[in-house]
Write a protein that binds this ligand. Structure first.
Ligand SMILES: [Mg+2]
Length: 429
């Protein structure tokens, strides 16, 4: 068996995205993703997926060059390779990560996000070579299916008129009735039983009313609200007070570990984050201050599936819950998320996934949610197969783009509908 990497393929693509609203603006009609393939000397191909914006691509290309000749089993070596690839720090350090809404952008996070795409591809190839599923390479599954939550968004019926876009059949959701209707469709289509609403879009009272409406429509079901740090400490405490009886947790109500700690000290509602704990370096302060009770992991920017397991172990040691964050992603990443989630013993909350919003994929067969769960594949590797024709179509869309959509920019998308739109400063309310 020859596990040496003989070839690496990087395919940037643009995938259709509905007009989902958040505190920064609205999703653009197409969003960039990067599909990573590593091919062994034996001709086994492994696939991974990560962010596809220019700054990730600029890093992934020299990274890919350095992988040739290494072995797909040398997963620790990927971090060494990452250290060798230069990032233009002036472009990323201290810039707010606009599209991802996951805290401040740093060169380290950028590197780790690229590592994750290659790590998943190497694990997929290694699993195929050994005849083992990825979860087995991670120590083995402790559950046969992974539960996901319905990721509800305020959204428009369509992208602004005149903007080239794919149509979706979800309709608009800009008030409590619309949010409840969207939740019903999620339940009918996928069987989800817990619900997360992306907030920070409308004034807090309107979002409180939406969560109340969800609680009435789905009594006893776990509910979450995530305004991406749009609120002050005072507003966060008021929302926690008003919704405390129905919330499973409140996600990033306010920005920064200190402000989160202030809120946490004065409410019994658990706080979750994918914004103030996004790296290992941020854990110590947040856990010492008891600022967060649930960390939302994300294998993309934590640096892969094995780092996600390490994060879960640290959380367990501190009695902090763990669940999973999601950005727009396709089936390759959903498969990776499902494999790693299957290996985490203390996963007490349903994971987030954007996947139901993605009408397009690069797989021959879409992954399915049944009863809100994705079955853990026991097939070798990730258990997915690339549809090369679809991949080529989505890559041609990326090639045809003049650059306007190659870097996700929710504020720019919002300015098409509202030319006076500026990204709100926080706290917005
Ligand atoms: Mg979040």
């Amino acid at each position: 068996m020859n596990l040496t990497i003989a070839e690496v393929r990087l395919t940037p693509i643009l995938v259709a995205d509905p007009p989902l609203l958040n505190t920064q603006g609205v999703h653009q009609p197409y969003t960039p993703r990067l599909i990573v393939e590593v091919v062994t000397a034996d001709g086994i191909t492994g696939v991974g997926e990560t962010y596809g914006d220019t700054k990730y691509l600029d890093l992934a290309r020299p990274f890919a060059e350095r992988l040739k000749g290494r072995r797909v089993s040398d997963l620790n070596g990927l971090f060494t390779v990452a250290d060798e690839v230069a990032v233009d720090a002036s472009e990323v350090e201290n810039a707010v990560d606009v599209g991802g809404l996951r805290g401040v952008q740093t060169a380290d996070k950028l590197r780790l996000s690229v590592v994750s795409g290659f790590e998943v591809a190497c694990l997929d190839a290694l699993g195929k070579a050994l005849g083992l599923p990825v979860h087995a390479l991670l120590g083995g599954k402790v559950r046969d299916a992974v539960e996901y939550s319905a990721y509800l968004f305020y959204k428009w019926a369509g992208h602004p008129e005149g903007v080239p876009a794919e149509q979706d059949d979800w309709g608009a959701a800009v008030d409590p009735a619309g949010v409840v209707e969207q939740a019903r469709r999620f339940t009918e289509r996928y069987g989800f039983t817990s619900f997360k609403l992306k907030g920070g879009v409308f004034p807090p009272d309107e979002e409180i009313a939406a969560v109340r409406a969800l609680a009435e429509a789905f009594p006893g079901h776990p509910l979450r609200l995530d305004p991406n740090g749009a609120w002050s400490v005072e507003t966060s405490l008021r929302v926690a007070e008003e919704l405390g009886d129905v919330l499973e947790y409140l996600e990033d109500p306010t920005l920064g570990t200190s402000a989160m700690a202030e809120v946490a000290a004065k409410t019994g509602v658990p706080l979750a984050t994918n914004m103030c704990v996004t790296t290992f370096a941020e854990i110590k302060e947040a856990f010492t201050k008891d600022a967060v009770q649930v960390v939302l992991s994300d294998h993309h920017y934590w640096g892969g599936l094995r780092n996600t397991q390490q994060l879960a172990a640290v959380c367990r040691a501190f009695g902090v819950g763990v669940s999973m964050h999601s950005n727009t992603h396709l089936g390759v990443s959903l498969a990776a998320m499902t494999h790693v989630a299957a290996t985490v013993p203390d996963l007490h909350h349903a994971c987030d996934s954007h996947y139901p919003w993605q009408s397009e994929d690069v797989l021959t067969e879409r992954l399915a949610f049944e009863g809100g769960r994705v079955a853990v594949s026991d097939a070798p590797g990730l258990g997915v197969e690339l549809d090369r024709e679809r991949l080529a179509v989505l890559h041609r869309r990326w090639l045809a783009d003049d650059g306007a959509l190659r870097d996700r920019d929710d504020a720019a998308a919002m300015r098409i509908a509202d030319p006076r739109w500026v990204t709100p400063s926080v706290p917005r309310w």
